[in-house]
Design a protein around this ligand. Sequence first.
Ligand code: F6P
Length: 346
Amino acid sequence: MGNKTRGQKIGILTAGGDCPGINAAIRGVGKTAIVRYGMQVIGISDGYTGLINKEFRELDENDLSGILTLGGTILGTSREKPFKNSGKGKNDLRKPALIKEHYEQMGLDCLVCIGGNGTLKTAYLLSQEGLNVVGIPKTIDNDVWGTDVTFGFDSAVNIATEAIDRLHSTANSHKRIMIIELMGHNAGWLALYSGIAGGGDVILIPEIPHDEKKISAYLQERIRGNKPYSIVVVAEGIKTPGSECSAAQYLSRRIAELSGIETRETVLGYIQRGGTPSPMDRILASRYGAAAAELIAKREYGKMVALRNNQIIPVPLADVAGKLKLVEPDSSLVLKARNMGTSFGD
Ligand code: F6P
């Protein structure tokens, strides 16, 4: 077993939007820390809010047992941004100082931050305040720079693809245009992957500006080519005029007006973030968690564990903070979809 890293005490927090796989990541860090390195593991409640309010509990092997397949996060989460001064509470400016004070009072040697872009940026800023931090990239959006894929993404693609599969039969029965809106924040990864996996005829993503008239003409052309129904997969982050309705609702109305074809829309929403993680996400989250514990044992802080060509490598948080990973419009995947006849609305 090698000589254990005795006595290191680590805190784990989960922040930002929840997703399948977070508990697998907590389990990966915690079990590796305890079993392989003899560390003490502290679970911090509700993301950075728990550090501000000193809400935490020790996690032992029993706490980490039976959570691999559980959706959500046993620690709870929040979207607290300690460095963003909301201007409401007078202690806003003190939040980072409170976090540092509580980190020291809790006797932590390192803080493991499981989250997406906002969480990882806060982790980086805390490292600049002198805290030892390690980041794990989590989000269904897959928009974290520096890693090939975040955990949560594969589960969401599975959920969205199953939903799209189910739309084909009802679209065919009614000869309708079925529009489904997927999450993804400002990136189009979820719509791109699920759209291709689900056989979407039109895939609209923020990275490729679309033209309503071109979409309608393409759909009318499909009907003339004896294709009586179509599936339109839309990323929530695409640009549509106004904000009084969802992208899917707006497009459904506009396509019906422009094409004269009957349309219906579905906003899949939070279903994409619920339930048990896919096996691939369980594996990826476990790999990320174990790798994070290894970095801590080596006292290699200020890093995010990342996947590159199926290898887990450490990436400086300084390189990740404040960046977004977006779909390249001329990527080979987009090109292959276009070559198969998929429209991107442009
Ligand atoms: O970041 C994950 C995500 O689900 C995005 O895809 C979505 O836009 C956002 O969170 C929703 O935020 P909230 O959970 O705060 O409603």
